[in-house]
Write a protein that binds this ligand. Structure first.
Ligand SMILES: O=C(O)C(=O)C[C@]1(C(=O)O)C=C[C@@H](O)C=C1
Length: 380
């Protein structure tokens, strides 16, 4: 559908096109320079993500923008999007190999999405990578006999059994897993291997274009000093490491993962049972509801077993879900009693508990809502 136009409007639009084409030339130049930075980082073993450099650059560009009458947030948004492209481009350049003599890295479950991502990262860092997937167990001894690192990344409810069926590994081999629960896999690895053991939980999906600014939770197992090189390698890939005990991790995952996905599942079920017209909802939706709908809908574009494993494998999910039901019932009772005052008193109590986090989360979500709205197409 064409919009109304005029000769005068077209003339100015032509000049806007010229500026935008100059922007393309500048973007190409910037990507070339970032490619050169990536090569230097590869050689010197420097992390993709350079927070101090980013903070300094953003501050200077914002101040210069302010002086030029350009909205500072505009240049910040543009730079952050460009830097996200830099991470992907530097990722593809490859990384310095921190431990070239470690021997082969065997990814058990390497044909899975997360296994494929870590295989790529190890290969981009110059390690020999071998894949041991479900059809390769007849060659397990051959694949593992001289392994320097074994990464177990299989569905949660197969992790312990896979670890237990591993043959004896070389004494110095680092055994680790990438499972989203930590206590059970760590116990299985410690019981089945006398050498270095560590539990990792990448707090991101396998579709990331790099590990820049991502978080990897580290639960130490045994001989921590013998896998420090591996943690350094993960830092060079751009990730931030967060150390925690396996118990602390699993406790936190109750809320961060199991309950989050469970409540999204229930809301999706509610929309289904209400036979909601999603097209119509999108036409009516505010940016915040559009984001809510997107966060629920994305669940159902993925594998039911992935979420089933996360929810059903967490030991406390049932108890937590029952607690959630109690809180839902408490709020429902206020609604049934028409007790708006009671609702507002409870609301204020929760707001006090959130404290400064509430303001922080409102600011953060404000930026997310703006970009969610940017992505809105004409059809909704
Ligand atoms: O200067 C660097 O270290 C880069 O990698 C380049 C760049 C950028 O795009 O400007 C990208 C990632 C870093 O976190 C910082 C800056």
């Amino acid at each position: 559908m064409s919009e109304p136009s005029s000769v005068e409007l077209d003339r100015i639009r032509d000049r806007i096109d010229e500026v935008d084409q100059e922007l393309l030339t500048l973007l190409r130049r910037r990507l070339n320079l970032v490619g050169e930075v990536g090569a230097i980082k590869h050689k010197q073993g420097l992390p993709i993500y350079a927070p101090a450099r980013e903070a300094a650059m953003l501050m200077k560009r914002r101040s210069e923008a302010q002086a030029m009458g350009v909205p500072p947030q505009l240049i910040e948004d543009l730079l952050r999007r460009m830097m996200r492209e830099s991470y992907a481009s530097e990722n593809d350049v490859g990384f310095k190999c921190i431990n070239p003599d470690v021997g082969p890295v065997v990814i058990v479950g390497g044909n899975g999405k997360l296994g494929s991502l870590f295989s790529q990262l190890f290969r981009l860092s110059g390690y020999e990578v071998r894949i041991l997937d479900k059809n390769d167990w007849d060659r397990a001894d051959e694949l593992l006999s001289d392994a320097g690192v074994v990464v177990v990344t299989v569905p949660i409810n197969h992790t312990a059994e896979v670890i237990e069926q591993l043959p004896r590994l070389p004494k110095e081999c680092v055994l680790l897993d990438l499972t989203s629960i930590k206590q059970a896999p760590l116990a299985a690895m410690l019981a089945n291997h006398a050498g270095p053991v560590v539990g990792l939980h990448p707090m991101f999906g396998p579709d990331v274009s790099s590990l820049a600014k991502q978080v990897v939770v580290v639960c130490h197992g045994r001989f921590e000093e013998k896998y420090q090189w591996l943690l350094e390698q993960i830092r060079i890939w751009g990730a931030r490491l967060h150390e925690a005990s396996a118990a602390e991790h699993d406790q936190a995952m109750q809320l961060v993962q199991a309950m989050r996905h469970f409540t999204a599942f229930v809301y999706g079920s509610h929309l289904r049972r209400e036979r909601a017209d999603l097209d119509q909802l999108l036409q009516f939706s505010s940016p915040i509801y559009r984001l809510e709908l997107a966060m629920v809908g994305r669940l159902f574009a993925q594998d039911a077993k992935l979420y089933g494993d996360i929810i059903f494998s967490q030991p406390d999910t049932l108890a937590r879900a029952r607690h959630y039901m109690d809180r839902y019932q408490e709020a429902l009772s206020l609604l049934e009693a028409g007790d708006q005052e009671g609702f507002e008193a409870l609301f204020d109590d929760i707001a006090d508990w959130f404290g400064d986090f509430a303001t922080q989360f409102r600011n953060e979500s404000g930026n997310m809502l703006l970009s969610a709205n940017d992505n809105r197409s004409e059809t909704g």
